[in-house]
Design a protein around this ligand. Structure first.
Ligand code: NI
Length: 195
């Protein structure tokens, strides 16, 4: 499978991802490619639906450095609990390149998830890690950080988001992006394999 990062307003970014029931060799290869794509784009987190896959998993490396593999985290079927505090911070997204804005997030959260080897993990996250985890779990629920901007901030992004719409429609007209029904059909095939 040759993965690519998809951009707003691709429909897979609005798909609610299904929990994984199986982790096989191909899925481990998918995770490896997700890290590669994330590093190439200098990101710190990447959710599976950002590479057009309907699976409930995300990868993160807060240092965005492939030479720091100890900093690589894979969260399968993540659940966030016990949000505490509220802090505003600037966010961006590899699926909406060049767009940034202030988002309020819990300061600390607990995350429960599985690793690719099937180990259950439970961690308390704070600072940037807590923000990244909340941003990525939002992705898995079909939510983008631009949805969480204030109405005033959203207005300032209207024009640039319209440009993303135009680029998307153009790519679709050229046949580079399939119609909605074909995209949904592929979700269902991939879900049938592992969820
Ligand atoms: Ni994002």
């Amino acid at each position: 499978m040759d993965l690519q990062i998809i951009h707003y307003p691709h429909p897979t970014l609005r798909h609610v991802s299904k929990p994984l029931k199986r982790v096989d060799a191909e899925l481990r290869e998918i995770v490896r490619q997700m890290f590669e794509l994330m590093y190439a784009a200098q990101g710190v987190g990447l959710a599976a639906n950002q590479v057009d896959l309907p699976y409930r998993l995300f990868v993160a490396n807060l240092k965005s450095d492939p030479d720091e593999p100890g900093e690589e985290h894979v969260f399968i079927n993540p659940v966030i609990r016990r949000p505490k505090g509220l802090v505003e911070g600037e966010e961006g997204c590899l699926s909406i390149p060049g767009v940034y804005g202030p988002v309020k997030r819990a300061e600390t959260v607990q995350i429960e998830a599985y690793t690719p080897s099937g180990e259950r993990i439970e961690q308390t996250l704070e600072g940037l890690f807590a923000r990244v985890a909340q941003h990525e779990v939002d992705h898995l629920d079909g939510v983008l950080f631009i949805d969480r901007l204030t109405p005033t901030e959203q207005k300032t992004k209207k024009d640039v988001l319209e440009e993303f719409d135009i680029v998307f429609q153009g790519r679709r007209q050229r046949g580079e992006i399939p119609p909605d029904e074909e995209i949904a059909q592929r979700w269902h095939e991939l879900e049938a394999l592992r969820t």
